[in-house]
Each structure stands twice: as C-alpha cells, then as structure tokens.
Design a protein around this ligand. Sequence first.
Ligand code: ATP
Ligand code: MG
Length: 388
Amino acid sequence: MEDVILIRYGEIYLKGLNRPFFENMLIKNIKKALEEFGDIQVKKGQGRLYVEKIKDMRGAISRLSKIFGIISVSPAIKLSKDMESIEDGVRVIMRDAISKHGTDNITFKVESRRSDKSFPKNSMELNKELGAFLLKEFPNLKVDVHNPQVLISVEIREWAYVYHEVIDGVGGMPIGTNGKATLLLSGGIDSPVAGWMIAKRGVELSAVYYHSVPYTSERAKQKVIDLARVLSEYSGRIKLYVVPFTKIQQDIYINCPEAQLTILMRRFMMKIAEEIAKRENAKVLVTGESIGQVASQTLESLVVTDDAVDMPVLRPLVGFDKVEIMDLAKEIGTYDISILPYEDCCTVFVPKHPVTRPKLESVKKAEGLLDVDTLIKEALDNLEIIKI
Ligand code: ATP
Ligand code: MG
C-alpha cells in the first residue's frame, strides 16, 4: 500500500502527434514544481500521471494546484490487484473520509472502473462487494447511490487505485508549450492577472516594470517583485526587467502638451517592452488594459498605443469589468499585494485633463519634440534584471 497522487490532464489538446510533447512538458513542469519535496517520481498511465514517493502529500498537492495543464488531482492509495489489498485500501480511504466529515454517520457509494479486463471481477461486482465490506466495517454508514456524501472511487488499471477526493486544478496548458511573451507588469491589480491568463495558455513570461526614482520608492519596486513571485508559482521562472523611467517622464512633462502626457508615456512603455521582448525571444507583449477603464484605455487610446510597436499586444482583460478582474486577482493570490498603497509611476505625472480620444497625428507630433531613440537607448542601457 503506497500513497500516490493521481493527476488528470486536459485531453482536448492531447490528440494526435503533439501528445508526447505536451505530456513531457507537463511532466517536466511537475518535477520542477515538486523539487523541494525530495526524490519524487512521476509516471505515465493511460491519460493519467502518477506522482509517487511523496513525503508531504498536502504540500505537494498545493503545489500541483498551480500547475497549468492539470485538470484535477486525487490523493490516492496504490495497491496490488487482489481483493484483500483493495479492501484494505477502501477501509483506509473511508477512514480518511470519515475523519474529514467528523462523523461516520454519512452516506456513500463505491464507484469502480476496470480498465484491466483480466481482473476477475467486473465493476458492478466490485461496487457491490466493496460496498458490503464497508458497511460491515463501519456500521453507521448508509448507501446512497444517487447523492452520496462520500464517493469511493476504485480503479483497476496497471495497479489498483482507491481515493475519495477530487481536487480541481487550474486547467490551461503546460507552460513551455506555447512560446514566450513579455508582460508589462505594474504594481496594480490588472497586469498580474493579465500575465496569469496568458501563462495559463502555456506561454512562458518575462516581465518589464517601469520604475521612476525618486517618485516611486523601493517599496513600490518590491511590490512588483512580490507580484512576480506569486505569478511565478504558476508560470515558472520570470526574468523581471526593471527599467528606469524618470528621465522619459520628465522630458515628456517639460516638452509636450500636458493632456498627452499619459498617452505619450504609454507609447514609450510599449517601445521599450518591444526591445526587451526581442532580447527574450518573446513574440508578443501583454498588458492589463481593459476597454474604457481609464482615459488611456479608450479604443482610440489603445489604437494610438498599439501604433508605437510592430509586435502584437495581447490584452486578455479587454472585456472584463474591474470587479471580475479583482475576483480573479483574489483567486490567484495577487490581490492583497496589489492593493498595498505604494505609488506607481503613472500616478506621478498625471494630466488634469487627459485626452480620451487622442489623434495619432497630434500624438506623433508631440512625440517628435523628443529624442525618442536616445531616451529609449538610455533606459535600456541602465536597466536592472531580477531573476524570479
Ligand atoms: P494595472 O492595474 O495593471 O496597473 P491599470 O488599470 O492601473 O493597470 P494603467 O496604469 O493605465 O492601468 O496601465 C495599463 C497597463 O500598462 C498595465 O496593466 C500594465 O500592463 C502597463 N503598465 C502601467 N504602468 C506600468 C509600469 N509602471 N510598469 C510596467 N507596466 C506598466
Ligand atoms: Mg496601474
């Protein structure tokens, strides 16, 4: 009898020739995520993975709950395929279920699946015999086949597996199966969620943060580092580029019309991020913008922002309301960090009346008053890289 974790992963994208690629990437990511739990083993089954030799079951499951590509996991017991062992297994699993419910006065059902047809009992027989066995062992239990409080699952495969818990995973696709993107990561609520959504589709992330010393403090930067760290629990390692932005903001402030400060600043952010993305071999940029949320996120503003770069800009939150974004931020664990009150660079040079419908021509004209290339080069020459 051995404790194992049974892992279910998405089937849709696993059809055809790509299957081994996705499976192997998922296995690699699982091994990396569970490194701290010692010498574990990950084995392939039919459409399943099994993690064996785990010392800290709950710790490992909590790590697995953040691995993209996993649909659900079950802490299970692996047994040899004979009735005596299987009975021992269901007894242990039922004891666990009873302790979780705090009472043995509960309803249950046994649901068996027999993939190994050479096993002498079929699933109906197994259900009946194991149900009767449990009733004898725990006389307060009752059977309820329609709506049981505890569902004991028995699977006869390469080995026999018994479990009662099915814990949801995050879904998505394994990181590393869909290329790379560069995320513009501020200390706000939106951009970490945007990064999470893109990483969920199997995309590896690097991140850029624009830092405006002395207008933004070390603590504001630390906040972004902390956000990147939470994100990296899902996405794997993130290279965070911290780019000095003060000079650019001051130059815009001094030379350009006040109403256009923000939109000009956004274009610089995009241009610099594009250069960093190229270094990182990333194919797209990602931002936390959502249509109409602020003046710089009207459709007109987004068009003028996009014009600054050739690279496609992904905005996974375009159609989300703020409350929906906040809910997701809470779910993934970034919200509490995001609401810490440290200023970000955009709150420093905010125009009183920003343009809400910027015209590309007039923005470009204002931009022409600046030495754009030199400003970008200086920023890139002085960036700091933090590996998370
Ligand atoms: P967030 O909650 O992500 O800060 P926001 O609603 O505050 O977004 P803006 O401040 O207009 O919106 O920023 C829009 C997007 O631009 C952000 O989601 C982020 O992707 C990027 N961004 C803004 N400020 C910075 C910054 N200081 N460093 C890096 N990216 C930034
Ligand atoms: Mg912000």
